[in-house]
Ligand binder design. Structure first.
Ligand code: FES
Ligand code: MG
Length: 595
């Protein structure tokens, strides 16, 4: 590593702003940064230049508070001797982006890699929040390996409706059933759902946003205690200031993502995910981050290390509380503390504040034991994901912790075979097909049917649609059946409490087994053997495959240039659905001197 005259490590930004061997370029690099008031003295003072990757905007309201928090981040950076430069990141709003926000994760990743690599930055603050903003930012930080710290925007305040807690996302599934059953009308539906969002911030349930912000903290990439602070709280402002101070320390210490994102850190995060009752999107995103930093992480790791960890956090959809309650009960440090005392955390994993996760969390205490349960008195004894295989896919996951007693009694109660279920499938080709036909009585859907949706994976419905948790026909709901077993190659919103079998890889669009399934086939789901099989002869399957291969790809035409690029370069959910060609580009910040 090159050093300057005082024996200190030379900052990366010096090769732009202070390079006596190339005065022409130095002057050109500097002049534009002066035009809004920075001085030559600042830019040539050997002070670290810190980027703030801004994900907040009017298009991404979940992260909008970052526009305000950035001022406190900048104050912290200045206080610690750095110079902040804020820049926008491609917007990704989970519920507003068509066809899917998943499509934009890799696009934002690409754009941030290019920005961090190509501009005079010595470190970066990643402003995270809404579902895909967090993995996009961490994946880019992993590829570039520039000193980085994440700042969560924090959850919205708790929502209430008629005195009861109403959680964002989760309420939609309930409101849908109420609308289908005629208990509320369209306006009532919209009002009920809107009551879940009383302030700025991300979804206040244990959906993908709370999960990914919490796991970022568990990975060591954000300050301890920072994930759960609600967006409008004053503590959030203070946390932004501390984040600004800390990124300068990280640069001074040359502490990089590769020092923090170790295999131990990922295994810690997997265990924390189980204790949280985290989203089924977490394996996709963590596996993606791991691939970009070069750490081996597989779905088997999720099952092996996460499956037997108990559910401690009593948040919707698995439990009853919301984001503010989680914060007051102690947040992520309280959960990690319980897991440390249970011997489930590698305590020497380093975090952004220069301390280990053990030093940060060994002595934390739960403040409210109804919201965060002690390890000895969990909400559920095991809460991890089950990985299923069989002749329909190489892998699919299921969050067994959300199987309700009702659902278990209906489908998994055969005394001879208590963990297995067999039924006839009804197959839908994508969400549009599902919506147009689900209430058609001709389909003959009854309470022994299995609903299957395909064409919804990362290639088929580009980015992957969050649609696998399908509601049963309205007539069945009125008869008291509010959930059927569901299987699909798409994702599921983390705010849904449905025990669907999802993320099936390979997906139908690339010839996965689901593409061969036909309505009326019998499928057996065996949770003990962790297997899903269509009960037809191998010869028949082979004949169907031949027919399908002759017919060619089944997904619709790309609507935008990026959809086409994404489809040609993205892998399957099992391996993080990353841009496969991007994985070989690693530690880019360390190569800039060779340009
Ligand atoms: Fe953005 Fe839930 S939709 S956090
Ligand atoms: Mg989502």
């Amino acid at each position: 590593m090159s050093e300057n005259g005082q024996g200190r490590r030379k900052l990366r930004s010096r090769s732009w702003f202070d390079n006596p061997s190339n005065p022409d370029m130095t002057a050109l690099y500097i002049e534009k940064y002066l035009n809004y008031g920075l001085s030559i003295e600042e830019l040539q003072s050997d002070r670290p230049i810190i980027g703030i990757a801004q994900t907040g905007s009017d298009l991404t309201p979940c992260n909008r508070q970052h526009l305000i928090l950035a001022e406190r981040v900048k104050a912290g950076i200045r206080e610690a001797g750095g110079i902040p430069l804020e820049f926008p990141l491609h917007p990704i709003q989970e519920t507003g982006k068509r066809p899917t926000a998943g499509l934009d994760r890799n696009l934002a990743y690409l754009s941030l890699v290019e920005t961090l690599f190509g501009y005079p930055l010595d470190g970066v603050v990643l402003t995270i929040g809404c579902d895909k903003t967090t993995p996009a930012a961490l994946m880019a930080a992993a590829t570039v390996n520039l000193p980085a710290i994440a700042l969560s925007v924090g959850p919205m305040l708790n929502g209430f409706y008629e005195g009861r807690r109403v959680g964002s996302g989760t309420i939609v599934w309930k409101a849908r059933s109420m609308l289908a059953a005629g208990e509320i009308d369209y306006q009532g539906f919209v009002r009920l759902v809107a009551s879940s969002a009383p302030s700025t911030g991300f979804c206040n349930t244990m959906g993908t946003a709370t999960t990914m912000n919490s796991l970022t903290e568990a990975l060591g990439m954000s300050l301890p205690g920072s994930a759960a602070i609600p967006a409008p709280y004053r503590d959030r402002q203070e946390c932004a200031y501390r984040t600004g101070l800390t990124i300068v320390e990280l640069v001074n210490a040359d502490r990089k993502p590769s020092d923090i994102l170790t295999r131990d850190a990922f295994l810690n995060a997997i265990r924390v995910n189980s204790a949280l009752g985290g989203s089924t999107n977490a394996p996709i995103h963590l596996n993606a981050i791991a691939r970009h930093i070069g750490v081996e992480l597989t779905l088997e790791d999720w099952e092996r290390h996460g499956r037997d960890v108990p559910l401690l956090v009593n948040l919707q959809p698995a439990g009853e509380y919301l984001g503010e309650d989680f914060y007051r009960a102690g947040g992520v440090p309280a959960v990690v503390g319980e897991l440390i005392r249970a011997g489930l955390i590698a305590g020497d994993a380093l975090t952004v504040n220069g301390k280990t996760i053990g030093e940060n969390c060994a002595n934390t205490r739960i403040v409210d034991e109804d919201v965060i349960r002690p390890f000895a008195r969990p909400l559920k004894p095991t809460a991890g994901l089950t990985v299923l295989r069989g002749n329909l896919f190489d892998s699919a996951i299921m969050k067994t912790s959300v199987i309700s007693p009702d659902f278990r009694a209906r489908y998994l109660s055969d005394p001879k075979d208590p963990d297995a279920f067999e039924g006839k499938v009804v197959v839908f080709d994508g969400p549009e097909d599902y919506h147009s036909r689900i209430d058609d009585p001709a389909l003959g859907i009854d309470d022994r049917s299995i609903l299957v949706i395909r064409g919804t994976g990362p290639i088929g419905y580009p980015g992957g649609a969050e649609v696998v948790n399908m509601r049963p026909p309205a007539a069945l709901i009125r008869a008291g059946v509010d959930a059927l077993p569901c299987i699909g190659d798409g994702r599921q919103s983390g705010t849904s409490g449905s025990p669907s079998i999802l993320n099936a890889s390979p997906e139908a669009a690339v010839g996965g087994g689901l593409s061969l399934l036909r309505t009326g086939d019998r499928v057996r789901i065996d949770l003990r053997r962790r297997e899903v099989r269509v009960l037809i002869e191998d010869q028949e399957l082979a004949a169907r495959r031949k027919e399908a291969e002759a017919a060619g790809p089944t997904y619709p035409k790309s609507q935008t240039p990026w959809q086409e690029i994404h489809r040609s370069l993205t892998g399957q959910f099992e391996t993080g659905a990353v841009l496969e060609m991007a994985v070989k580009y690693q530690r880019l910040a360390q190569t800039v001197d060779n340009l």
